[in-house]
Design a protein around this ligand. Structure first.
Ligand SMILES: Nc1nc2c(ncn2[C@@H]2O[C@H](COP(=O)(O)OP(=O)(O)O)[C@@H](O)[C@H]2O)c(=O)[nH]1
Ligand SMILES: [Mg+2]
Length: 243
């Protein structure tokens, strides 16, 4: 683990990475351009064959503040990467924790607005499915339908009020993550985001949605597959039954 010199950490951006060597440096640069007070980073890399882990170490060395890089052996799934990253952010003393993908699908320009929502909300969800939100105009009609109805299906299975149930771009107050209990989360892959939304709702958290336009990745490859989605639907049904 690479942990650069600590300073006062207010907002920790937690980024899971698997083969994101092209986009990670751009993401960090664009986030820093937003001039967010007390910002720091936690990157969780699963031994990316393309060397993303080394790039993250270099970025950590260059950064003047908290920049933690956790190197894990091999691909262990997005969910466990977030669990480990959230815990490191809490241990480092972050007041607010933001989950964000490395592939530039989540525009850094939205961060200031999203973080602002945490003044009054326990959870701020960057949302595609509220007024002002949406998906990349490059997306085909068919792809929009799959994304939209997949989201509706998951909301129905879990009885979720939040409109964007699979959102991976979210902000939490420290106390939110402490009270839902990160170590209680069970889903390791795609269903993880919905499980977090479900636990936040169960814990009575005040959830606010902040609109954004999801951008298609322009480099690297998605780790998503049909099998992952089907697996998540079964796992989420089981979660609802178990309560
Ligand atoms: N550490 C880690 N990161 C992962 C893993 N799977 C996906 N990611 C990262 O999680 C984020 C979202 O993954 P992505 O493939 O873009 O999913 P999609 O946006 O749903 O297609 C990206 O930053 C990925 O690099 C994994 O197994 N381990
Ligand atoms: Mg992506």
């Amino acid at each position: 683990m690479n942990d650069s010199s600590p300073s006062s950490l207010k907002v920790a951006i937690v980024v899971p990475t698997y083969n994101e060597s092209e986009t990670l440096p751009i993401l960090i640069e664009k986030i820093l351009e937003q001039n967010i007070d007390g910002i720091g980073f936690v990157v969780v890399d699963d031994g990316s064959p393309d060397g993303t882990g080394d790039i993250a170490d270099r970025l950590a060395d260059e950064f003047n503040g908290v920049f933690i890089v956790l190197h894990r052996d091999g691909k262990q799934g997005l969910g466990t990467a977030y669990m480990a990253g959230f815990q490191l952010a809490l241990d480092a003393g972050a007041d607010q924790i933001i989950a964000m993908d490395a592939d530039l699908s989540h525009p850094p320009e939205v961060l200031t607005g999203l973080i602002g929502e945490l003044d009054s909300a326990d959870v701020a969800v960057a949302s595609r499915y509220v007024s002002g939100g949406g998906v990349d105009h490059e997306w085909s009609w068919g792809r929009r339908q799959i994304s939209y109805w997949g989201n509706v299906g998951i909301r129905t299975i879990l009885g979720l009020k939040v409109k964007d149930a699979t959102a991976g771009f979210k902000g939490f107050r420290r106390k939110t993550l402490e009270s839902i209990g990160i170590d209680r989360l069970t889903l390791t892959g795609f269903g993880f985001q919905a499980e977090v939304a479900y636990r936040c709702q169960q814990a009575g958290m005040n959830v606010v949605e902040h609109p954004y336009i999801f951008m298609e990745r322009t480099a690297g490859k998605s780790k998503m597959s049909f099998g992952i989605v089907v697996e998540a639907l079964f796992a989420l049904s089981w979660l609802r039954i178990r309560g």
